[in-house]
Design a protein around this ligand. Structure first.
Ligand code: SF4
Length: 147
């Protein structure tokens, strides 16, 4: 990882270097879960079904560097995507900064604890099932608590 500026997470998202952008992620794992979009209303429902590359116990991608090879439609989050999509959770560090909010105290950049995101309820470690064994998505609709 390249050099990170002191308190870079307080800078506008557009000013972040690539390593700073990557380091901003809190590791919650929510964006690696399948969603169901209603074809008529466009409403999005969350599920607890994880991408096959997600380690369901840690909520970390098992092959982040090569993920596009195995999951071609995996989104690389950009500033435009953060501004455009409705499905990023309220707790997502990118969403919060795009909205002009600060990071929550449990964020690892403030707390120094990468597991706090899961203890505080924003992360999904240990609470999801892999798409490899989930069956129909409709059986897995959940309402994640926003933190
Ligand atoms: S939802 Fe946001 S903070 Fe959580 S894993 Fe995805 S990009 Fe990172």
């Amino acid at each position: 990882m390249g050099a990170l500026r002191d308190r870079f997470w307080e800078l506008p998202l557009a000013d972040l270097s690539e390593p700073e952008w990557e380091a901003l992620c809190d590791g919650c794992g929510r964006c690696c879960l399948h969603k169901i979009e209603d074809a008529d209303s466009g409403e999005i429902e969350d599920t607890n079904v994880a991408c096959k590359l997600l380690d369901t116990e840690t909520a970390r991608c098992t092959d982040y560097r090569n993920r596009k090879t195995f999951v071609p439609d995996c989104l690389r989050l950009t500033l435009k995507i953060v501004e455009d999509v409705a499905w990023l959770p309220e707790s997502c560090a990118y969403r919060r900064r795009a909205d002009g909010r600060g990071l929550p105290l449990w964020h690892y950049l403030l707390s120094g604890d990468p597991e706090a995101v899961h203890r505080k309820g924003a992360g999904v470690a240990g609470r999801v099932v892999s798409e490899n064994r989930a069956g129909p998505l409709e059986h897995h609709i959940v309402d994640w608590q926003e933190s």
